[in-house]
Design a protein around this ligand. Structure first.
Ligand SMILES: CC(C)(COP(=O)(O)OP(=O)(O)OC[C@H]1O[C@@H](n2cnc3c(N)ncnc32)[C@H](O)[C@@H]1OP(=O)(O)O)[C@@H](O)C(=O)NCCC(=O)NCCS
Length: 102
């Protein structure tokens, strides 16, 4: 937060970092992490829900996410974004964008 002005929500189980993009009325999920012992209990979904709730209250209308195919675990990341109801928005070389109305 000190270095970039991005936002973070942390629990004892994991964290989610995100950024508000004012001119696009969007909130972008930068990173998401759940400790291995707490996975598959919808912890990630709950953190994303909390970000969406806060964004909606601030008048933001869209959630953005991305996957870098060459990153480790990118296929799982893709599955998680799709499971959360995100849709394909666009892609460039080695970068795929997803979005969801909130
Ligand atoms: C990816 C990660 C954040 C998921 O956390 P989690 O708390 O286990 O996720 P949830 O339980 O909230 O799962 C959300 C949905 O994604 C699906 N999902 C989660 N991990 C998955 C995986 N590895 N492969 C396929 N689907 C997966 C779940 O089945 C669930 O779908 P559902 O709502 O239809 O049941 C966690 O595994 C992690 O921290 N991984 C390492 C870091 C990482 O890859 N981060 C990038 C994420 S975009």
């Amino acid at each position: 937060m000190e270095r970039t002005n991005d936002e973070i929500l942390e629990t004892e189980k994991g964290f989610i970092t995100y950024r508000y993009i004012e001119n696009a009325k969007s909130v972008y999920i930068i990173d998401l992490y759940v400790k291995p012992e707490f996975r598959n209990s919808h912890e990630a979904s709950q953190m994303a829900d909390a970000v969406c709730k806060e964004a909606k209250e601030r008048g933001f209308t869209k959630l953005l996410g991305s996957v870098v195919p060459s990153n480790k675990g990118s296929t799982s990341s893709l599955k998680v974004l799709l499971a959360y109801g995100m849709r394909l928005q666009s892609s460039t070389n080695d970068f795929i964008f997803f979005e969801k109305e909130i």
